[in-house]
Each structure stands twice: as structure tokens, then as C-alpha cells.
Ligand binder design. Structure first.
Ligand SMILES: [Zn+2]
Ligand SMILES: [Zn+2]
Length: 258
């Protein structure tokens, strides 16, 4: 879940935590968009100087809601060459998990940014999906993450390739498997044009066959989005054959019954 520090979310961590309690959740995690080495990289993440304030806000939410387990995490953008910065971030606070995310297929195009949707119209969807999954596979291979975010994000606006993408999915999932990563079932997709959880049922089935662990994410950017769509996500997991999901503490995985 996100916080106003990323400049495109509303609701302080303590407000999201209150909503989680009201909805009967027993554990949540904050994983706001991590800073980049340069604060002017884009406008939709916290600044490096905000990191301590971010941790303090999550700690405040813990104090305000002692009956709720609240994990401290980051959604970390992966760009090739950014590994040293990610290692540095990892050492700064006692994180429970790092979610590795690919949004950028080049240094200037984040494929999920509505302000840049016109770029999709000049490109072959298969070309974009291929670059995206290449980068997602590289992210998994770095070994710097615990979970991979919204694995088929390129579907967000509905630009699907005509070709079969199974080889792209399989190669990524094999990298996730080899490096002990989980994938998240992220319900934000239900709120976007694609109207489908990330990733698709086909990818979730492949992940199950390869015995890759899963987590659940609402990717909330506002209090009303906390836990949104979880019944659908659990059904998706069960339909694919999952009987367990996982959670993290101090970057160690624990499995729990679904
Ligand atoms: Zn966001
Ligand atoms: Zn994301």
C-alpha cells in the first residue's frame, strides 16, 4: 500500500491501517514507491530525503493500531544498472520485504502512466511486452527482491499482443523460481481498463505448476482501496490450485494456509 509521500496517493498510513482494522484484516504492509538516486527522475515517488519520514509514519500507524500487524516495505523500481542503489536502500531500514517492480521499459517511458498512453499507439504491443518481461526477468535474477509486483502490468490499458506470450511468462517465472521469489496477486488491475487482477489466470496457473509462492496486494492508493477485491484474488488463487500464500518478516518468508 502507498502513502501521500509518493505524490499520487491519499490517506496516511494510520488512516489506511484504521480501514484495514474496520475491514477485518489482521496484517497489512506498506510498500510505497521507493526513491531514486535522483529526486527529479519522475514525479510519482517519494524523495530520498522522505525515507525517514516514511518509516516514521509506518511506525506511527503501528503505535496507533497495536492489534494489527503492519509490515514495513518498499515497492522498488528495477531499471538495469540500478542494483547498487537498491542494495543501499536495503541497508537503510529494517525492511520486511522488497517488492521488485518494472514500470519503465526505457529511462523515459513508464508504461502504466496515463499521461504517456499515446506512446502505446506508436508501438507494437508485442515489442513492449517483450522488453517489459525481459526486464522483469532481469529484476528476478538480481536476487534483490522478495516479491515481484503486478507481473503483467502491460495489460493495464488493454494493449495486448496478438502473439502467444507464454514463453515470456515462463522465462520470467523460471527466474522467480530460481531465485526464491513470490509473485503478488494484485487487485489494482480490477480498477483499471484491463479489469483483471495482475497477473492473469493463465500466469497464476503457470506459477502454481512451478510451485511459486504468492502474496495478496490491493496496491491501495487511498483508504477505500484497502483490501479491495481480495475475495476475487483468493478465488483466483484457489482456482489455480493454491492452498497457501506467504508473508514476510525481516525479509524471511513464512507460509500461511489460504
Ligand atoms: Zn502508485
Ligand atoms: Zn507498481
Amino acid at each position: 500500500m502507498h502513502t501521500p509521500l509518493c505524490r499520487h496517493a491519499v490517506g496516511e498510513p494510520t488512516e489506511l491501517a484504521a480501514q484495514a482494522v474496520a475491514r477485518g484484516l489482521t496484517e497489512i504492509g506498506f510498500s510505497d514507491h521507493s526513491p531514486m538516486p535522483r529526486d527529479d527522475f519522475d514525479e510519482w515517488r517519494m524523495k530520498a530525503s522522505d525515507l525517514d519520514a516514511y518509516v516514521a509514519k509506518v511506525e506511527q500507524a503501528r503505535r496507533d493500531h497495536p492489534g494489527l500487524i503492519i509490515k514495513l516495505a518498499l515497492e522498488v523500481d528495477y531499471l538495469p544498472g540500478g542494483e547498487d542503489w537498491i542494495r543501499e536502500l536495503a541497508g537503510r531500514h529494517p525492511w520486511d520485504y522488497f517488492i521488485g517492480a518494472v514500470h519503465y521499459v526505457s529511462d523515459s517511458w513508464e508504461i502504466d502512466n496515463p499521461a504517456k498512453i499515446s506512446r502505446w499507439k506508436d508501438r507494437d504491443p508485442m515489442e513492449v511486452w517483450t522488453v517489459y518481461f525481459d526486464r522483469l526477468t532481469m529484476a528476478a535474477e538480481t536476487g534483490l527482491f522478495d516479491i515481484i509486483a503486478h507481473a503483467d502490468l502491460p495489460k493495464k490499458f488493454g494493449f495486448y499482443p496478438k502473439q502467444d506470450c507464454t514463453p515470456l511468462f515462463t522465462r520470467f517465472l523460471q527466474a522467480a523460481k530460481d531465485h526464491g521469489l513470490a509473485i503478488e496477486l494484485n487487485t489494482a488491475g480490477l480498477r483499471k481498463e484491463c479489469k483483471e487482477i495482475y497477473p492473469s489466470p493463465a500466469i497464476v496457473r503457470l506459477a502454481r505448476q512451478m510451485d511459486i509462492p504468492i502474496t495478496f496486494a490491493s496496491d491501495a492508493h487511498a483508504p477505500e482501496e484497502v483490501g479491495m477485491g481480495f475475495a476475487d484474488a483468493i478465488q483466483l488463487a484457489r482456482n489455480a490450485g493454491y492452498t497457501r500464500s506467504c508473508r514476510y518478516r525481516n525479509r524471511q518468508r513464512e507460509e500461511v494456509e489460504l
